[in-house]
Design a protein around this ligand. Sequence first.
Ligand SMILES: Nc1nc2c(ncn2[C@@H]2O[C@H](COP(=O)(O)OP(=O)(O)OP(=O)(O)O)[C@@H](O)[C@H]2O)c(=O)[nH]1
Ligand SMILES: *[C@@H]1O[C@H](CO)[C@@H](O)[C@H](O)[C@H]1NC(C)=O
Ligand SMILES: *[C@@H]1O[C@H](CO)[C@@H](O)[C@H](O)[C@H]1NC(C)=O
Ligand SMILES: *[C@@H]1O[C@H](CO)[C@@H](O)[C@H](O)[C@H]1NC(C)=O
Ligand SMILES: [Mg+2]
Length: 381
Amino acid sequence: MMTPMRYVVLVLCVIVSLHFILTVSHEAYGNATSISHLLAGQKKVDDSHYAVPDLYHWPDNSTYRVQDRRANATIVMLARNSDLKGVVKSMKQMEDRFNKQFRYPYTFLNEEPFTDKFKETITELTNAPVEFGLIPREHWYQPDWIDEAKASAAREDMVKNNVIYGGSLPYRNMCRFNSGFFYRHELLSKYKYYWRVEPDVTFFCDLDYDPFLFMQDHGKVYGFTIALPEYVETIPTLWNTVKDFIKKNPDVIPADNAMDFLSDDKGDTYNRCHFWSNFEIADLDFWRGEAYSKFFDHLDAAGGFYYERWGDAPVHSIGAALLAPKDKLHFFHDVGYRHEPFQHCPRSESHKNGKCWCSLDDENFDYHWYSCLPKFDRLFA
Ligand SMILES: Nc1nc2c(ncn2[C@@H]2O[C@H](COP(=O)(O)OP(=O)(O)OP(=O)(O)O)[C@@H](O)[C@H]2O)c(=O)[nH]1
Ligand SMILES: *[C@@H]1O[C@H](CO)[C@@H](O)[C@H](O)[C@H]1NC(C)=O
Ligand SMILES: *[C@@H]1O[C@H](CO)[C@@H](O)[C@H](O)[C@H]1NC(C)=O
Ligand SMILES: *[C@@H]1O[C@H](CO)[C@@H](O)[C@H](O)[C@H]1NC(C)=O
Ligand SMILES: [Mg+2]
């Protein structure tokens, strides 16, 4: 009877004999497996000869590909500790579709301190620097001069009318913060451009050019992917407040602005079109500038962030469309993006170049009846 040990010895013998036979009969096999060859392989690695030409990495050598040039920019996300799961989903895609190559720093903001678990989970997802910031109280909470009785009556009214987030005070704080304060946070003061990301969004395509450098080189101030009308119940007096601002500050309104995106009658009424601000690639200095600062202060003083439910999307959009020349706005047609319940999917060459996994046949919001993109297109027709 053979023991297991004998089996092992037998198998080894067979392997050694095979190796010997192959070495003698097949010269190439012998060369490849000889000790001297294996050692030589480890000795010197002259890889200059084998270096992959740049061309293979970056087939169309556009100026915006990974290179030494970097923009002064950060990826920014406002989030609660309880948003962690959705934050991770968004950030992992951000890394895989874009930032693994570019390593732009992340900035997370919250009106409460982030937990260690939040910070550790996030930091593990990237090699890029990550900073966590606490929002100063005076940038977040409802100011004292707001009449709370009036504000709470407005909230109750909206609950009765089923207005989305109509009864929420935190949601109002968030909208006001995003409208007029995030760009003043000390962690953002060192940057010029930002990409705003929200929890639970989807990025469908690889982005292998640098959108921040694109903004910089073309002097753009605001980039978007989806445009649609705002719920009228949330902004009953917003446009009158804007018209009052225009009357008082004609000097900060450029003639070639995008008013025709906002209004179908040269500014008399608001058509409610706005860029969906859960995605933004934009210039922080534009918000920090004189024109928008005056604009925000004017809106804030009217109290509509609390007496109504003004969203940061219409406020940013009206600010950008009114106070910047229209050619400083940019539709990021090549960014495949979804925030429930709408998505933008790139077309034709961009779909192919981005290796997008969204389907063009369905669910593309661009020319859906509810989309404001046609109004944006017409600005340049
Ligand atoms: N720190 C903090 N962040 C908030 C709060 N409310 C909302 N946010 C963040 O603000 C952004 C917008 O909030 P969302 O709840 O996504 O609002 P929305 O996009 O209008 O609506 P849904 O995404 O459909 O819920 C997200 O990045 C949230 O994580 C809050 O009370 N505190
Ligand atoms: C094996 O190595 C010898 C000496 O280095 C060389 O002359 C011969 O061409 C090699 N044979 C093969 C098949 O690579
Ligand atoms: C890409 O770079 C090469 C070499 O620098 C140049 O010859 C070529 O014209 C460039 N192609 C494009 C499309 O810019
Ligand atoms: C980045 O931009 C900010 C805002 O414009 C500016 O204060 C800062 O000096 C810039 N940093 C660099 C390195 O250019
Ligand atoms: Mg959201």
